[in-house]
Ligand binder design. Structure first.
Ligand code: GDP
Ligand code: IMO
Ligand code: MG
Length: 432
């Protein structure tokens, strides 16, 4: 038995979807535990691309159970659209294949309106560059004890009562503070009645289900969204998302005891990207950055925005190792580095004569740090067809070895392309 958490180590888009899909082969349950449809997880299977925002990336396997935990925030319209798309691809999402925690919170139309209008009202240097999906306002309501849980849809009086209070409060903000359109109580109510009918068969107690699964020796795979530097507590605050993205939240966000987690796999892109605003010490503004962006196809899977690109940053990697308790790394997109004569790895930062081995806690300092680089040799060969460590160019092997040395963590998976088989599985986390 093994229960494994997969998390992003950087600013998201590290290739979590691909690695979760790959590891699903060895798991029985696949669980999303935080975030919402701000996530965009890409899978390429038999030449076909799928992008999942809410449904766990294990859904392409027919005999596995996917779970959406209490820590996730759900936009029912997006969830139903994803389910419909899968059905049209010949993979209907039955309640046997997907369970949704009754305690997950709903993203309501006023959350999206607030997200978009609040972001638009910010001065340019204060904008977060959110995905506009209502994530922040929804988690805000949850913490403020005003949120509506998906299970509330099944209690008409409770739902009506909560909706009424929320629409009243949010319309005040929307019309008076933000000078924009209010949302309609009646329209929202009838829309959500339809969602309730469609989603009722999927609702259940995810924590109880996972407990049963664990006791009967099933393998559970927890799928993180976003990345460690976007964590609400540990990331580059305030340029972060509104949930805890670190591995500890796999437990809180699904109702699973921490002592039952066996390993944590950190997904580390072989270089760094970030979408949205906020500090990015190893960002490149030159041709090399452009090349990585183009070769890596670095466009946001949710918003289509161009991703900012830069060198690998071991300050960021080591933060992730510590904050998540990472036991093994999955190094992705190594193929994108082919063709570079030299590669750089940021090993520390400097600002105002001070050296930093860890991320500074003051955002104004983080915004001004300069990375200190170590240079290593690159390779010219394309490596998409490589399936064993020995067949990688020596410089690529050295690059992986250097990452292992700096992070004191083994690379257990190396990914050399977007497809399932474009992978070197050096150590299976479910085997040990
Ligand atoms: P996620 O949010 O962490 O799941 O990552 P995204 O799906 O947003 O972005 C990763 C992108 O890289 C997707 O387009 C994947 O298909 C692609 N990808 C994943 N692994 C590799 C790899 O090893 N090489 C290349 N070239 N592309 C990859
Ligand atoms: P996956 O799971 C990359 C970023 C947004 C913005 C900030 C806050 O695909 O890795 P939000 O809408 O969450 O309030 O936006 O977080 N962001 C992501 N960046 N990948 C993601 O998810 C992200 N989810 C949110 O761009 O900077
Ligand atoms: Mg993504």
């Amino acid at each position: 038995m093994a229960n494994v958490v997969v998390v992003g180590t950087q600013w998201g888009d590290e290739g979590k979807g691909k690695i979760v899909d790959l590891l699903t082969r060895y798991a029985d349950y696949i669980v999303r535990f935080q975030g919402g449809n701000n996530a965009g997880h890409t899978l390429v299977v038999e030449g076909k691309q799928f992008i999942f925002h809410l449904i766990p990336s294990g859904i392409l396997y027919e005999n596995k159970r996917c779970m959406i935990g209490n820590g996730v925030v759900i936009d029912p319209e997006v969830l139903l659209a994803e389910m419909k798309e899968l059905e049209e691809s010949g993979l209907p999402v039955t309640p046997q294949r997907l369970m949704i925690s009754e305690n997950a919170h709903l993203i309501m139309p006023y959350h999206k309106a607030l997200d978009l209008n609040q972001e638009a009202a910010l001065k340019s240097n204060k904008k977060i560059g959110t995905t506009g999906r209502g994530i922040g306002p929804c988690y805000g309501d949850k913490i403020n004890r005003k949120g509506i849980k998906i299970g509330d849809l099944l209690d008409e009086d409770l739902f009506k009562d909560k909706l009424k209070d929320n629409v009243e409060e949010k319309n005040f903000l929307l019309t008076k503070q933000l000078q924009t359109e209010p949302v309609s109580y009646a329209e929202t109510y009838s829309k959500f009645q339809l969602f309730a009918e469609k989603l009722e068969p999927y609702l259940g107690n995810v924590s109880v289900e996972l407990d049963k699964a664990r006791k009967s020796g099933r393998h559970i795979l927890f799928e993180g969204a976003q990345g460690t530097q976007l964590d609400i507590d540990h990331g580059t605050y305030p340029f972060v998302t509104s949930s805890n993205t670190v591995a500890g939240n796999a437990c809180t966000g699904s109702g699973f005891g921490p002592v039952h987690i066996d390993s944590v796999i950190g997904i580390l892109k072989a270089y760094t990207t970030r979408v949205g605003s906020g500090p990015f010490p190893s960002e490149l503004f030159d041709d090399t950055g452009e090349q990585l962006q183009r070769k890596g196809g670095e466009f946001g899977a949710t918003t289509g925005r161009k991703r900012r690109c830069g060198w690998l940053d071991s300050v960021v990697a080591n933060e992730a190792i510590r904050l998540n308790g990472i036991t093994g790394l999955a190094v992705t997109k190594l193929d994108v580095l082919s063709g570079q004569s030299n590669l750089k790895i940021a090993t520390s930062y400097e600002a105002a004569g001070k050296k930093f081995k860890a991320m500074p806690s003051n955002i104004r300092v983080t915004q001004h740090v300069k990375p200190v680089y170590e240079e290593v040799g690159g390779w010219q060969e394309e490596i998409g067809g490589v399936r064993s460590l020995d067949d990688l160019p020596v410089q690529a092997r050295d690059y992986i070895k250097r990452i292992e040395d700096i992070t004191e963590t083994p690379a257990v998976i190396i990914s050399v392309g977007p497809a399932r088989d474009e992978t070197l599985l050096l150590q299976n986390p479910f085997a040990g």
